[in-house]
Write a protein that binds this ligand. Structure first.
Ligand code: FES
Ligand SMILES: [Fe+2]
Length: 444
């Protein structure tokens, strides 16, 4: 059984550095990130089950770099820089595929799945010696966890398990490696990547951006969360990862004036075999009722991970931000994947990956709820690429998106000096402090 343990998080107190606006638009700052930050950190890059068989590969852009992840004949995954060791052409522009070897489009050098050079035309004509059997593709340190492929450009990096610290154990309980994608949107955003992480590092904006009309009286937004910082648990790890646990499952915002429960909670309760009418006028009691029902009914419906979960994991938001560029809300049966990638050349743009993975109970046919509404459990998502504003990301994330663009415009103004953080924004403050620590060679 997974144990909630505040003590396992170090909760360092932020030093209180000044966070100005220029870091969100400055090219110098972007260069420093490329020199001191990105090559030193573990990055979540891809999904293991998209590389089922030997020779399956996927390329993923990360800022100015591109990486190829390849399933090997021995079942492991290797990752290489997507660049030919002859004269530096990019090896492939295919986002994914299956191959026996990579043939460079320039002079046709052939590279094996293991990264060895197998063929080069006129191989006898090289004064430094035959490149075959000598040159290799440059490999990137790679590990897998929770069904994801993670990389680190620093070959001396600590293990992924050590890097993730308390997050590792928290996530293991959910069996996330078996979960499947139901939404996969990659969106070019009009803001620096850090604006996205700032936003997912605080819950101070929930009442104002996501439910202004409900917040004043109840402090609880439509999904039934208690958004007050006073009842929310915030944890920081020394590695720079954060956790926020916010109580949920309440009926306040979904009740009408007569105290009757309405959707979406009404349908959710019915799905779990609870009669919502019994809870008329008792908004405080639905959280516990949901926890009990899921605990009782889940295993027989094939939700194998429920036996590993604590009661609050059936109702409460378990939100994580992994330093530096990944955030996720881990719901009982949903992994709301929020990753920001730097733009290759423009500090005022970024790529935002907005995915949703859901659990795969053995017997259950119930629909899956993503931010874009209810989807068919049997239909997995295909990846979409678009520019911000061309398509919806679902109401909540669209609301965040509006703020991202607004804040980018404001932060480049001479009228903004520095951020003035609340205590409940400590995760944002610490995030910037850590980036500066990396610049100064201070490791967590
Ligand atoms: S650059 Fe790849 S074969 Fe020449
Ligand atoms: Fe938000």
């Amino acid at each position: 059984m997974n144990v909630v343990n505040k003590k396992s998080w170090d909760n360092p107190v932020p030093k209180g550095i000044e966070v100005d606006g220029s870091r969100y638009s400055s090219r110098d700052f972007m260069e420093k990130e490329w020199e001191f930050l990105w090559p030193k950190v573990w990055l979540l890059l891809g999904r293991e089950d998209e590389l089922m068989n030997p020779g399956d590969y996927q390329t993923e852009e990360f800022g100015r770099e591109s990486f190829i992840m390849i399933r090997q004949k021995d079942g492991s995954v290797k990752t290489f820089y997507n660049v030919c060791a002859h004269r530096g052409a990019r090896l492939t522009n295919n986002p994914w595929g299956k191959t026996e070897a990579f043939k460079c489009p320039y002079h046709g050098w052939v590279w094996s799945l293991e990264g060895d050079l197998k063929e080069a035309q006129d191989h006898e004509d090289f004064p430094e010696g035959d490149p075959c059997g000598k040159l290799k593709l440059k490999e990137v340190k790679c590990e897998t966890f929770a069904g994801f492929v993670w990389i680190n450009m620093d070959e001396n990096a600590i293990s992924l398990k050590e890097w993730l610290g308390p997050v590792w154990e928290d996530w293991q309980a959910y069996e996330i490696d078996k979960w499947k994608p139901y939404l996969m949107q990659t969106v070019t955003m009009p803001c620096n990547w850090k604006i996205i992480l700032d936003n997912f590092n605080e819950s101070y904006h929930l009442n104002t951006v996501h439910a202004p009309e409900k917040s004043v009286t109840t402090k609880r937004i439509a999904s039934g969360m208690d958004t007050s910082y006073k009842t929310t648990q915030f944890d920081l790890s020394k590695q720079g990862h954060n956790r926020m646990i916010m109580k949920g499952g309440y009926a306040f915002a979904t009740m009408n004036e007569d105290g009757e429960i309405r959707d979406p909670l009404y349908s959710v309760m019915k799905e779990w075999g609870i009669n919502p009418d019994v809870y008329k006028g008792k908004p405080e009691e639905t959280r516990e009722a949901l926890q009990k029902a899921k605990r009782a009914v889940g295993p027989e419906r094939g939700y194998t991970h429920y036996k590993n979960l604590r009661d609050e994991q059936f109702t409460d938001t378990q939100h994580y931000t992994l330093f530096p560029n990944f955030a996720v809300s881990v719901w009982t049966d949903g992994f709301h994947f929020l990753r920001a990638r730097p733009h290759p050349t423009d500090p005022e743009k970024s790529l935002f990956d907005h995915f949703w993975y859901a659990s795969q109970p053995d017997k259950e046919t119930a629909p899956v709820r993503t931010t874009k509404g209810i989807v068919d459990r049997n239909e997995f998502a295909e990846r979409q690429f678009f520019n911000y504003g061309e398509e919806s990301m679902g109401q909540t994330i669209d609301q965040d998106g509006v703020i991202f663009a607004l804040q980018q415009q404001g932060l480049r103004s001479r009228g903004f000096d520095r951020a003035y953080y609340a205590n409940q924004e400590s995760r944002v403050h610490r995030f910037h402090e850590l980036i500066e620590d990396y610049f100064n060679g201070v490791k967590p």
